[in-house]
Ligand binder design. Structure first.
Ligand code: DC
Length: 234
């Protein structure tokens, strides 16, 4: 593998289909940075919830947009945990943004054009040097349309819900499987039908359905694709 040629890897797909697992493994293997763009929309949502700008599932869009300059999101590498952690206005919010209240409110926030524009701008800055793996819904279509490798990931909703349920249960959450699958279906629907940058497969993306693949198997599959691209651009 070439030491100096770095590429951009864009990973898009449905909620909870293991995008972040592939992205993290890939970043580690290639010594690239990993950016979880969902965490950014989640952090904006957390800000909205904490400041009374989202109530009963209703987002006060104008007030949230006005607050965008006061929502500072950054990632910091935690060497002990070996992962990037999300910070909102200087506070580590890595756990808070994964809670079900945030999951239940993030989709409408991610439909707001001004929120998307601000996040996309930040994401493009973070990826300017290449050598990055970024996952989300619009990375291959909007953020990095010229990415050398675009993956479009999917898995059945039952498989995805079970994975998310296990993850939440492991963290002590009392969310039921029914609630989790409901949330996933709702988010799929909003993410795919929204007007602003809906989730869609880029024409030049490769599809990875990992319903029946282990993390190791999918990593091997993706590394093969990366190596082919790196060979071609030498
Ligand atoms: O990947 P995730 O579940 O953490 O994403 C949280 C929400 O943010 C999800 O409803 C879709 C939205 N999102 C988006 O619209 N665009 C992105 N690039 C990443 C996430």
């Amino acid at each position: 593998m070439s030491e100096n040629k770095k590429i951009t890897i864009a990973i898009d797909g449905h909620s909870s289909c293991g995008k972040s697992t592939v992205a993290k493994d890939l970043a580690k293997e290639l010594s690239y940075s990993y950016i979880d763009t969902g965490a950014m929309y989640r952090a904006v949502t957390l800000f909205g919830l904490r400041n009374g700008l989202i109530e009963n599932g209703k987002v006060d869009e104008q007030k949230l947009v006005n607050q965008l300059p006061n929502i500072i999101i950054r990632f910091q590498y935690n060497a002990e945990e070996k992962k990037n952690e999300t910070f909102l206005n200087g506070e580590r919010v890595e756990d808070e943004i994964r809670e079900l209240t945030v999951s239940n409110n993030v989709s409408p926030v991610a439909t707001i054009r001004e929120v998307r524009e601000a996040m996309v701008k930040l994401q493009q800055e973070m990826g300017r040097e290449k050598g990055i793996v970024m996952d989300g819904r619009d990375i291959g279509t909007v953020v990095f349309p010229d990415a050398e490798l675009k993956l479009f990931m999917t898995a059945s909703d039952q498989v995805r819900a079970q994975r998310r349920f296990d993850e939440l249960s492991g963290k002590g959450s009392d969310a039921t499987f029914e609630e989790v699958i409901q949330n996933i279906r709702e988010r799929d629907h909003i993410d795919s039908t929204r007007k602003e940058s809906p989730l869609r497969q880029a024409d030049d993306a490769v599809v990875l359905d990992n319903s029946n693949l282990t993390p190791d198997e999918q990593l091997t599959w993706v590394i093969e694709k990366v190596n082919k691209i790196l060979e071609q651009i030498q």
